[in-house]
Design a protein around this ligand. Structure first.
Ligand SMILES: *[C@@H]1O[C@H](CO)[C@@H](O)[C@H](O)[C@H]1NC(C)=O
Ligand SMILES: *[C@@H]1O[C@H](CO)[C@@H](O)[C@H](O)[C@H]1NC(C)=O
Ligand SMILES: *[C@@H]1O[C@H](CO)[C@@H](O)[C@H](O)[C@H]1NC(C)=O
Length: 386
């Protein structure tokens, strides 16, 4: 009887840890999280870069951060982001921003993502007639990372060991390269012309990280930009047949995102063949988000997934020059969890949580995230000696 009860208890624990909470069972699998990206992932770098601005930038003002942190933290949301949910599930602290943290050890994680950042350097985009809001591109973020590494570990082998035991998020990055183009009235063909350059930049970053010792990388694809509140507003006068009848998203923009994601996955496939000992995981943000665009009610987004919670009115509650956080943007919803779109450009915590669950359960990660510890970190794997 005791044995039976014990078995039941053990099995329940197993069920809880492994089946219901696939990553939770592997606490200790990674020692740290290292991240690059844009406002989908920024936990305070852009806030640091704009700290002396008067008036403060829109995202430094309530209601940003109202749901979880109860103050603006530099996150472009009411609460936690995907990277926060990943950190929680790995039993690691929330990943601190690099900027403003000089002298910190960052033993358990560091975030280089900057709101507004592009994959391509801003000079390159400016040449293409595309204006950016920050020059903290992926190459600049990598530069900060190498600067940090040089003070973090004394010997290359120590750095490699640190990276080997880190989960490295390369993105999402690249979305802004395209969004800035579409906002700036560049044609679809013009924006398409620099897709290969974006892919190359991301690929080079991955290869550089692998050379430094990275052994597990998560590379997210782009979000469905045709469902972006801001772009829906920008292209509000589109023909009826440009919209998807189920989601209300703009078809050609989503097709753009899908083409880009296909291209990115082909590149990742190539990198996996060249570096079989490294685990490169594709995170399918597009389809993880598409779940709630297709059936918002199923996920509690009773106000639909396209209208922003916080804005200055208009059909989508979004205006280009009156952003959430600005004094004039007073149309703020009472319950952000009923919305997927927070401010028109970014998601609510509820939406980020849903996307994260999809990633962490393995439905939207290839290879599935719950399996990585058993494969990439097996003790007899000494790929960095080769
Ligand atoms: C990026 O921009 C900031 C201010 O806008 C400037 O101080 C800095 O020198 C720039 N960095 C590069 C690498 O261009
Ligand atoms: C894009 O075109 C619209 C309409 O012609 C114009 O109002 C807007 O200023 C343009 N935007 C840019 C960044 O050139
Ligand atoms: C993940 O996929 C499995 C099997 O297809 C399904 O049962 C489960 O509901 C999915 N989870 C999510 C969060 O969609």
């Amino acid at each position: 009887m005791v044995n039976f009860v014990m078995a039941l208890v053990c099995w329940s624990a197993f069920f809880f840890l492994v089946l219901l909470n696939p990553i939770e069972g592997r606490i200790g699998c990674f020692n740290s999280i290292i991240s690059f990206g844009d406002s989908l992932t920024d936990t305070g770098n852009e806030l640091h870069l704009t700290r002396n601005r008067n008036p403060p930038p829109y995202f430094a003002t309530p209601p940003y951060g109202e749901t979880f942190f109860h103050r603006p933290t530099g996150r472009f949301s009411n609460g936690r982001l995907i990277i926060d949910f990943i950190a929680e599930s790995l039993g690691l602290p929330l990943v601190p921003p690099y900027l403003g943290g000089k002298g910190k050890k960052f033993r358990q994680g560091v975030n280089f993502a900057v709101g507004g950042a592009t994959a391509l350097d801003s000079a390159y985009l400016t040449n293409k007639g595309v204006r950016t809001t920050t020059n903290a591109s992926l190459v600049i973020q990598l530069g900060w990372f190498k600067e940090m590494l040089s003070s973090h570990c004394k010997f290359p082998s120590e750095c490699k060991e640190f990276l080997r035991k880190s989960l490295i998020l390369v993105g999402e990055i690249g979305g802004n390269d395209f969004i800035y183009g579409f906002f700036g009235n560049n044609t679809k063909e013009e924006v398409e012309s620099y897709v290969p350059a974006v892919i190359n930049t991301i690929s080079s970053a991955i290869q550089e990280l692998m050379e430094l010792g990275a052994s597990t990388l998560v590379v997210p694809g782009g979000m469905p930009i045709g469902c972006s509140t801001a772009l829906l507003t920008k292209f509000m006068l589109s023909d009826k047949e440009d919209y998807d009848p189920i989601t209300g998203c703009i078809n050609w923009l989503n097709q753009f995102s899908q083409n880009y994601n296909d291209f990115l996955q082909k590149e990742l496939h190539l990198l996996r063949e060249l570096h079989p000992s490294v685990t490169i995981i594709y995170a399918d943000y597009y389809n993880a988000a598409m779940q709630f665009y297709v059936s918002p009610n199923t996920y509690g987004f009773t106000k639909g997934a396209l209208i922003a919670c916080c804005g200055a009115g208009g059909p989508y509650n979004y205006k280009f020059f009156e952003l959430c956080g600005d004094l004039t943007a007073r149309n703020i919803c009472g319950d952000p969890s009923l919305y997927a779109s927070w401010d028109g450009m970014h998601f609510t915590e509820a939406a980020y949580k849903l996307i994260s669950t999809g990633l962490l359960e393995g439905n939207f990660t290839f290879p599935p995230l719950p399996k990585i510890c058993t494969t990439s970190l097996s003790p007899n794997l000494n790929h960095f000696d080769s």
